[in-house]
Design a protein around this ligand. Sequence first.
Ligand code: PFF
Length: 423
Amino acid sequence: MRQRAKFGSRFAAIMAMAGSAVGLGNIWRFPYMVGEHGGAAFIIVYVLCCLTVSLPIFFSESLIGKTTRKDTYGAMEQIAPGGKLKPVGFMAILAAFVIVCFYSVVGGWSFNYLIRSLAGSFNGLDMASAREVFASVGSSPVESVSCMLVFLGMTALIVVAGVDKGIGRFSKISMPVLLVMMLLIAFVSLSLPGAGKGVEYLLKPDWSRLDGPAIASALGQSFFSLSLGVGCILTYASYMKEEESVLTAGVWTAVFDTAFALIAGFAIMPAVFAAGIEPAAGPTLVFETLPVIFSKMGVVLPVIFFLAILIAALSSSISMFEVAVAWLVDQKQMRRVTAVLSVFGAAVVLGCACAVAPSVFRACDFVSSNVFMMIGALAFALIVGWKLPREEVLRHLRFPFIYAVIRYVAPVMIVAIAISNLL
Ligand code: PFF
């Protein structure tokens, strides 16, 4: 029998999980959400959501991976021989695959912007031309598709190099570098005249804005940010060494992810306010507002910024790509290289559709984040809370209150967020 791949060290496993967690969600959604939903008040609720719901689900998902030592589909089959849970495994793999396809389009835009910033083409950019550039990048099929392919190709190259030599090594190097780059941008951003308003936007607590939708957003964001429900964490945990703890890995991942989201907030919002621009979220923030602002600060800062986005996106996309690769390697006994080529081939087809048709992009985003992810996370919590033997769960999770949260609190909260997202 072939030896199953493993991460070479605890650091590699934790950096890989942190890499999956840290992504576009931290950079383009979190800072804006904080400002819109009550600053420090939202941050407190976000941290509470992580502690009480998302982290316990993270523990559940990683516990399943670590104890079964299988890919997502194989893990479900092992837990319920006879196939009752097979659809859950299959759906999670499909969700990770769908996410990587539309995520690669955005990864491609980041690559495109990195090249443009290296060529110095953002010099003297104003808001109107920034909008034109982004409209042309997004709507030109040749540009969108070719950059998406480059991004997907980079993802495949890292994954094909192996669990430890590819994913582990990339994560061990890129995560600390990413942190330094974001800290540097935050430092520059905070030293701009007028930056104080951005800090106020992020930190001034406004409890009156903390309504039901704000709390649901905090939960949804902590979910997406920790990459839950689609098998990424399960698959990575299945590569952890026997002696590693899922508790330690989960806590470090959540700390890194939250710290990174806050640093991204301090890198972005003070600069936005210093430039006197209204804050926005999503692609508008990253591909229109920020190029205008950073282009006024020399050629190096935009390069660092887009390189940081590219690295953050890549470290997440490799985790989604690996979910399907692990399934083909474990269940279909494919060689790693054949599995990577197969996933790459399939992702090119759906990725091209996402790159040229915004409606396909939006549908993939909606279905995977609001439906598949939620069902996957609910299933993982229910499996650990109600199906696995209590002693085995407690051997890994140690604290009975975490077990109680997984059994009762997490499932109810997931159903609540899913309903509020779909309404
Ligand atoms: N956690 C990533 C982010 O915050 O951008 C997104 C993500 C990665 C979602 C992996 C789902 C996933 F399986």
